[in-house]
Design a protein around this ligand. Structure first.
Ligand code: HEM
Ligand SMILES: *[C@@H]1O[C@H](CO)[C@@H](O)[C@H](O)[C@H]1NC(C)=O
Ligand SMILES: *[C@@H]1O[C@H](CO)[C@@H](O)[C@H](O)[C@H]1NC(C)=O
Ligand SMILES: *[C@@H]1O[C@H](CO)[C@@H](O)[C@H](O)[C@H]1NC(C)=O
Ligand SMILES: CC(=O)N[C@H]1CO[C@H](CO)[C@@H](O)[C@@H]1O
Length: 234
């Protein structure tokens, strides 16, 4: 992605003109250090309405070996007005991990789902979501959760095995609804259909953490980089 920008800028110079604006769907590498958990997240904002965003943040271990599965930390901040928000890791609703959450008093509920059609998704056990001891909360305007996910970045999709390359950008789908879920304390609550769905392009490298496993430990969660459970990336 950076190379494409560089070439565009050079082409602009050669023509003695300002370089063109990046394409709207180009991932923007925005790194955010979250003081509460200590993780460096790559952040992408998704428009829920004309005047409000859902903030999606992903932290990855640095130096994931090629081809290896790896855990991530997902942090989401959502406007209180929303009844639920969801992230579709494969960029569409069907046959990829869906991470759905909804407000539940002081602490949001996070739920792993999977859809085989454009109908209510069911529980997906291929991804495990573990809340960190920090970063799950709500106030008058927003609710926020922070979880480790094992299984969000590798899965078997419609056309076989998928592994999100931690060195790349990725197009995700997201969705949200105004209506509240029926049983917010349950991770298997039925959820009403979305009012909005759309796409974001997320840059993974901006969220690389060389001390990923140590940061997990600081936030009360074991595990490390790879799904082997080895803390290779401290
Ligand atoms: C709660 C029950 C749900 C129902 C009944 C439902 C139904 C649908 C339908 C009918 C469409 C096609 C819309 C169109 O063509 O205009 C769609 C698209 C979509 N849905 Fe859902 N959905 C549900 C939950 C979810 C959840 C939890 C997510 C999580 C992110 C999600 C993400 C998407 C996305 C990204 C699209 C657009 C891409 C695609 O068509 O696959 N949906 N949904
Ligand atoms: C990811 O990028 C870094 C820095 O460019 C490189 O050192 C590393 O080998 C890459 N890893 C993979 C798995 O491609
Ligand atoms: C409410 O919570 C959100 C998400 O944690 C935070 O960004 C925002 O600053 C908080 N607002 C106030 C007034 O504390
Ligand atoms: C995990 O760690 C153990 C103990 O250090 C080692 O024997 C094993 O080979 C490691 N596995 C992987 C996949 O790195
Ligand atoms: C499991 C869980 O919810 N852990 C924590 C989430 O974060 C808040 C603080 O932001 C803690 O109070 C919770 O214990």
């Amino acid at each position: 992605m950076r190379t494409v920008y560089g070439l565009a800028a050079l082409a602009g110079l050669a023509a003695s003109r300002p370089s063109p604006e990046p394409l709207p769907l180009e991932a923007r590498a925005v790194a955010v250090v979250d003081q509460e958990t200590g993780f460096t997240f790559s952040e992408t904002k998704a428009a829920a309405t004309l005047s409000s965003n859902i903030v999606f943040r992903i932290a990855t271990p640095a130096n994931v070996p090629a081809g290896q599965p790896y855990d991530i930390v997902l942090q989401v901040i959502a406007p209180s007005a929303l009844g639920w928000v969801g992230l579709a890791w494969g960029g569409s609703m069907i046959r990829n991990p869906l991470t759905v959450s909804y407000p539940n008093g002081a602490k949001p509920t996070v739920s792993s789902r999977w859809a085989t059609a454009h109908s209510p998704p069911t529980t997906y056990t291929g991804a495990t979501l573990t809340p960190l001891t920090n970063g799950n909360k709500s106030n008058g305007t927003h609710w926020q959760f922070t979880v480790k996910c094992t299984g969000c970045t590798t899965y078997t999709g419609s056309s076989g095995q998928v592994r999100i390359d931690p060195n790349s950008s990725r197009r995700f789908g997201f969705a949200c609804a105004n209506a509240k879920v029926s049983n917010p304390s349950s991770s298997s609550s039925s959820i009403p259909v979305h009012d909005v769905y759309n796409y974001i392009t997320h840059d993974f490298p901006a969220g690389a953490n060389s001390n990923f496993a140590a940061l997990l430990q600081r936030n009360g969660v074991s595990g490390g980089g790879a799904d082997t459970g080895n803390t290779t990336f401290v």
